[in-house]
Ligand binder design. Sequence first.
Ligand code: T3D
Length: 261
Amino acid sequence: EDSPVLLSIDGGVGRIMLNRPDRLNAFTVGMHEALMRALDTLEADGSVRVILLTGAGRAFSAGQDLAERNVESGAPLDLGHNIETYYNPLVRRIVALPFPVICAVNGVAAGAGANIALLADIVIAKRSARFIQAFAKIGLLPDSGGTWTLPHLVGNPRAMAMALTGEPVDASQAADWGMIWKAVDDEAFDTEVEKLLMTLAAAPTAGLVETKRAIRRSWASTFDDQLDHERDAQRRLGLTNDYREGVSAFKEKRSPAFKGR
Ligand code: T3D
């Protein structure tokens, strides 16, 4: 059987593709395990400066594979165990990754698939893609951080309605609402994603990582606390080679050659 997750590393770009296209890349235990292994490889590699997360076929991901849930037997299922073992470690890990994470939403993103996509640092979607808080249709609540991420991104009224109705939100709407960075016409999508990856693979990575961490932590901190954090992070960045290179290149009117450190 094909691997449920495809991984490649090239030119500073680590690419992860969810690969169960005939099941719309729904999450099984096997896919969770393969994804964690892929992240291990990317973190251990040493050359990676940006990560792409995308899906094979017409979907990004339809969330939990419901074929794994034997509700017919009548025996109680402990979904909390699955969340604790698979989804929570995955989403905690994605937000902590020491590189910018780009999610290229190539098609429908439903349930946990939607909320995992929304955790990426930059979310770019095909115009034809849709985001669906499908939990509402099967008696569950938004997981994978959804109850926290959604209201922060789009505010309570939209988060509530999405979560309570499970109605699809198309990519253009998602971009208008500030839920994602942008929606791109399907024909232009691959080219646009590649351009973004090339830019970030050549960027001053340490600065970007401090930036993503600072912006993320601001959701749970005060203005004063954030100012102190900026001071400390800027002190660290002022000591990097890439900072020196950036300033030198500016003064010498040439393009910088960043190394990511
Ligand atoms: O259980 C726990 O551990 C708790 C954690 C939960 C996290 C969650 O993510 S819960 C939410 C689970 N996801 C859903 O409820 C979404 C279910 N899927 C859909 O609503 C629709 O498939 C979509 C709206 C995503 C796409 O619709 P459409 O019409 O484009 O495609 P389709 O025909 O429904 O799907 C194509 C095939 O994929 C189909 O199989 P078939 O008929 O060709 O044999 C369909 O059954 C299958 N598929 C789609 N989603 C899932 C799935 N199979 C298993 N699990 C899925 N989630």
